[in-house]
Write a protein that binds this ligand. Structure first.
Ligand code: SAH
Length: 218
Protein backbone atom coordinates (compact mmCIF):
# COMPACT_ATOMS: atom_id res chain seq x y z
CA UNK A 1 0.00 0.00 0.00
CA UNK A 2 1.41 3.40 -0.82
CA UNK A 3 1.74 6.05 1.84
CA UNK A 4 -1.13 8.24 0.62
CA UNK A 5 -3.45 5.24 0.73
CA UNK A 6 -2.17 4.35 4.19
CA UNK A 7 -2.88 7.85 5.50
CA UNK A 8 -6.33 7.85 3.90
CA UNK A 9 -7.26 4.52 5.50
CA UNK A 10 -5.78 5.44 8.88
CA UNK A 11 -7.66 8.74 8.90
CA UNK A 12 -10.88 6.86 8.14
CA UNK A 13 -10.31 4.87 11.32
CA UNK A 14 -10.44 8.24 13.11
CA UNK A 15 -13.68 9.01 11.27
CA UNK A 16 -12.00 11.49 8.94
CA UNK A 17 -12.49 11.29 5.19
CA UNK A 18 -9.54 12.85 3.39
CA UNK A 19 -10.20 14.16 -0.11
CA UNK A 20 -7.71 13.92 -2.95
CA UNK A 21 -7.11 17.67 -2.54
CA UNK A 22 -6.36 17.21 1.18
CA UNK A 23 -3.84 14.47 0.36
CA UNK A 24 -2.22 16.48 -2.42
CA UNK A 25 -1.85 19.53 -0.15
CA UNK A 26 -0.45 17.43 2.67
CA UNK A 27 2.13 16.05 0.24
CA UNK A 28 3.12 19.52 -0.93
CA UNK A 29 3.52 20.46 2.74
CA UNK A 30 5.57 17.32 3.45
CA UNK A 31 7.97 18.01 0.59
CA UNK A 32 8.33 21.65 1.58
CA UNK A 33 9.00 20.66 5.21
CA UNK A 34 11.67 18.15 4.16
CA UNK A 35 13.36 20.58 1.80
CA UNK A 36 13.33 23.45 4.37
CA UNK A 37 14.50 21.12 7.14
CA UNK A 38 17.74 20.53 5.26
CA UNK A 39 18.68 24.20 5.72
CA UNK A 40 16.88 25.08 8.94
CA UNK A 41 16.33 22.59 11.73
CA UNK A 42 12.56 22.34 12.22
CA UNK A 43 11.90 18.72 13.18
CA UNK A 44 13.86 15.59 14.03
CA UNK A 45 11.28 13.50 12.16
CA UNK A 46 12.63 13.25 8.62
CA UNK A 47 11.43 10.05 6.95
CA UNK A 48 8.28 10.23 4.81
CA UNK A 49 6.46 7.51 6.71
CA UNK A 50 7.26 9.11 10.07
CA UNK A 51 6.13 12.55 8.88
CA UNK A 52 2.88 11.09 7.57
CA UNK A 53 2.07 9.01 10.66
CA UNK A 54 3.72 10.80 13.59
CA UNK A 55 3.01 14.33 12.40
CA UNK A 56 0.03 14.23 9.99
CA UNK A 57 -2.07 11.40 11.36
CA UNK A 58 -1.28 12.35 14.94
CA UNK A 59 -2.35 15.95 14.24
CA UNK A 60 -5.62 14.67 12.79
CA UNK A 61 -6.60 12.95 16.05
CA UNK A 62 -7.71 16.32 17.41
CA UNK A 63 -9.68 17.39 14.31
CA UNK A 64 -13.09 16.08 15.47
CA UNK A 65 -12.85 18.24 18.62
CA UNK A 66 -11.99 21.64 17.14
CA UNK A 67 -14.17 24.26 15.55
CA UNK A 68 -14.44 27.99 14.99
CA UNK A 69 -11.58 30.27 15.96
CA UNK A 70 -8.63 28.12 16.93
CA UNK A 71 -5.10 28.81 18.20
CA UNK A 72 -2.26 26.29 18.09
CA UNK A 73 0.21 27.21 20.82
CA UNK A 74 3.83 26.14 20.28
CA UNK A 75 2.95 24.89 16.81
CA UNK A 76 6.60 24.40 15.78
CA UNK A 77 6.53 23.59 12.06
CA UNK A 78 2.71 23.53 12.10
CA UNK A 79 1.57 20.57 14.17
CA UNK A 80 -1.28 20.16 14.56
CA UNK A 81 -2.30 23.59 13.14
CA UNK A 82 -1.33 23.40 9.46
CA UNK A 83 -2.73 19.89 9.12
CA UNK A 84 -6.03 20.94 10.71
CA UNK A 85 -6.28 23.93 8.36
CA UNK A 86 -5.55 21.84 5.26
CA UNK A 87 -8.21 19.27 6.11
CA UNK A 88 -10.80 21.71 7.53
CA UNK A 89 -10.31 24.95 5.59
CA UNK A 90 -13.23 26.70 7.32
CA UNK A 91 -11.23 26.91 10.56
CA UNK A 92 -10.02 30.40 11.41
CA UNK A 93 -6.60 29.43 12.68
CA UNK A 94 -3.77 31.20 14.48
CA UNK A 95 -0.37 29.52 14.76
CA UNK A 96 1.88 30.75 17.56
CA UNK A 97 5.50 29.91 18.22
CA UNK A 98 8.34 31.46 20.19
CA UNK A 99 10.93 30.67 17.51
CA UNK A 100 11.14 33.14 14.62
CA UNK A 101 12.59 30.63 12.16
CA UNK A 102 9.58 28.36 12.62
CA UNK A 103 7.12 31.22 12.13
CA UNK A 104 8.92 32.25 8.93
CA UNK A 105 8.58 28.67 7.66
CA UNK A 106 4.87 28.67 8.53
CA UNK A 107 4.30 31.93 6.66
CA UNK A 108 6.00 30.53 3.57
CA UNK A 109 4.08 27.25 3.84
CA UNK A 110 0.73 29.07 4.17
CA UNK A 111 1.51 31.05 1.04
CA UNK A 112 2.67 28.00 -0.90
CA UNK A 113 -0.53 26.15 0.04
CA UNK A 114 -2.77 29.16 -0.66
CA UNK A 115 -4.27 28.94 2.81
CA UNK A 116 -6.61 31.75 3.80
CA UNK A 117 -7.75 32.84 7.26
CA UNK A 118 -4.52 31.78 8.88
CA UNK A 119 -2.38 34.00 11.10
CA UNK A 120 1.20 33.19 12.07
CA UNK A 121 2.46 34.88 15.23
CA UNK A 122 6.00 35.00 16.57
CA UNK A 123 5.98 35.36 20.34
CA UNK A 124 5.73 33.71 23.70
CA UNK A 125 2.29 32.52 24.69
CA UNK A 126 2.48 34.10 28.15
CA UNK A 127 3.14 37.51 26.59
CA UNK A 128 0.74 37.35 23.65
CA UNK A 129 -2.22 35.99 25.64
CA UNK A 130 -2.83 39.22 27.54
CA UNK A 131 -2.96 41.32 24.37
CA UNK A 132 -6.17 42.65 22.91
CA UNK A 133 -7.46 40.39 20.17
CA UNK A 134 -5.84 37.37 21.83
CA UNK A 135 -7.08 37.44 25.42
CA UNK A 136 -10.17 35.20 25.67
CA UNK A 137 -10.59 35.45 21.91
CA UNK A 138 -10.60 31.78 20.85
CA UNK A 139 -13.19 29.02 20.84
CA UNK A 140 -10.44 26.48 21.09
CA UNK A 141 -6.74 26.32 21.94
CA UNK A 142 -4.67 23.25 21.10
CA UNK A 143 -1.12 22.31 21.94
CA UNK A 144 1.07 19.30 21.16
CA UNK A 145 4.38 18.51 22.86
CA UNK A 146 4.86 21.94 24.41
CA UNK A 147 4.92 21.74 28.20
CA UNK A 148 3.60 20.44 31.49
CA UNK A 149 -0.03 21.08 32.42
CA UNK A 150 1.23 23.55 34.98
CA UNK A 151 2.75 25.66 32.18
CA UNK A 152 0.05 24.92 29.63
CA UNK A 153 -2.58 26.21 32.06
CA UNK A 154 -0.80 29.56 32.26
CA UNK A 155 0.09 29.70 28.59
CA UNK A 156 -3.04 28.39 26.90
CA UNK A 157 -6.18 28.94 28.99
CA UNK A 158 -5.96 32.77 28.89
CA UNK A 159 -6.56 32.62 25.11
CA UNK A 160 -9.82 30.70 25.51
CA UNK A 161 -13.30 32.25 25.70
CA UNK A 162 -15.74 31.32 28.41
CA UNK A 163 -17.30 27.97 27.41
CA UNK A 164 -14.44 27.37 25.01
CA UNK A 165 -11.90 24.62 25.43
CA UNK A 166 -8.22 23.88 25.55
CA UNK A 167 -7.01 20.53 24.25
CA UNK A 168 -3.59 19.18 25.22
CA UNK A 169 -2.33 16.39 22.98
CA UNK A 170 -0.38 13.93 25.10
CA UNK A 171 1.29 10.56 24.81
CA UNK A 172 0.78 7.59 27.12
CA UNK A 173 1.91 8.92 30.50
CA UNK A 174 -0.06 12.01 31.31
CA UNK A 175 -1.85 11.14 34.57
CA UNK A 176 0.76 12.19 37.11
CA UNK A 177 1.50 15.41 35.26
CA UNK A 178 -2.22 16.17 34.97
CA UNK A 179 -2.66 15.62 38.70
CA UNK A 180 0.19 18.05 39.36
CA UNK A 181 -1.28 20.62 37.00
CA UNK A 182 -4.90 20.46 38.18
CA UNK A 183 -4.61 23.32 40.60
CA UNK A 184 -3.05 25.60 37.96
CA UNK A 185 -5.72 24.57 35.45
CA UNK A 186 -8.49 25.48 37.91
CA UNK A 187 -6.79 28.77 38.74
CA UNK A 188 -6.95 29.71 35.06
CA UNK A 189 -10.60 28.84 34.69
CA UNK A 190 -10.33 25.25 33.48
CA UNK A 191 -13.14 23.47 35.23
CA UNK A 192 -14.20 20.27 33.53
CA UNK A 193 -11.55 17.85 32.35
CA UNK A 194 -12.27 14.90 30.08
CA UNK A 195 -9.88 12.52 28.35
CA UNK A 196 -10.18 10.82 24.96
CA UNK A 197 -7.77 7.91 24.77
CA UNK A 198 -6.87 6.28 21.48
CA UNK A 199 -4.25 4.27 19.69
CA UNK A 200 -2.85 5.95 16.61
CA UNK A 201 -4.27 3.83 13.76
CA UNK A 202 -1.92 1.23 12.23
CA UNK A 203 0.55 1.73 15.10
CA UNK A 204 0.64 0.74 18.74
CA UNK A 205 1.22 4.32 19.88
CA UNK A 206 -1.05 5.45 22.71
CA UNK A 207 -2.40 8.97 22.55
CA UNK A 208 -4.55 10.99 24.93
CA UNK A 209 -6.44 14.16 24.22
CA UNK A 210 -6.98 16.06 27.44
CA UNK A 211 -9.98 18.31 26.89
CA UNK A 212 -10.31 21.14 29.38
CA UNK A 213 -13.45 23.19 29.30
CA UNK A 214 -13.19 26.78 30.41
CA UNK A 215 -16.31 27.49 32.35
CA UNK A 216 -15.51 30.75 34.02
CA UNK A 217 -13.46 33.73 33.00
CA UNK A 218 -11.33 35.10 35.81
N1 SAH B 1 3.63 21.39 18.35
C1 SAH B 1 4.78 21.01 17.56
C2 SAH B 1 6.11 21.53 18.14
C3 SAH B 1 6.45 20.99 19.50
S1 SAH B 1 8.05 21.52 20.05
C4 SAH B 1 4.80 19.51 17.40
O1 SAH B 1 4.09 18.83 18.11
O2 SAH B 1 5.53 19.02 16.53
C5 SAH B 1 7.58 22.84 21.15
C6 SAH B 1 7.40 24.16 20.45
O3 SAH B 1 6.83 25.07 21.39
C7 SAH B 1 8.71 24.77 19.96
O4 SAH B 1 8.59 25.10 18.59
C8 SAH B 1 8.90 26.01 20.83
O5 SAH B 1 9.50 27.08 20.13
C9 SAH B 1 7.45 26.33 21.24
N2 SAH B 1 7.31 27.00 22.53
C10 SAH B 1 7.84 26.62 23.73
N3 SAH B 1 7.45 27.45 24.71
C11 SAH B 1 6.66 28.40 24.13
C12 SAH B 1 5.98 29.54 24.63
N4 SAH B 1 6.02 29.88 25.90
N5 SAH B 1 5.25 30.28 23.75
C13 SAH B 1 5.19 29.94 22.44
N6 SAH B 1 5.83 28.87 21.92
C14 SAH B 1 6.57 28.11 22.75
Amino acid sequence: MNLKQKLKESALELGIELTQKNLDQLWVFKDFLKEYNEKVNLTAIKEDEDIVIKHFLDSLTVLPYVDGKVIDIGTGPGFPGIVLKIVKPCLDITLLDARGKKVKFLEEAAELLNLENITCIHGRAEEISSQKGFSQAFDCAVSRAVGSFENLAKWCLPFVKEDGQFIAMKGPNYEEELEEGKRALRRHGGAEISVQSLTLPQTNLARNLIIIKKSRVL
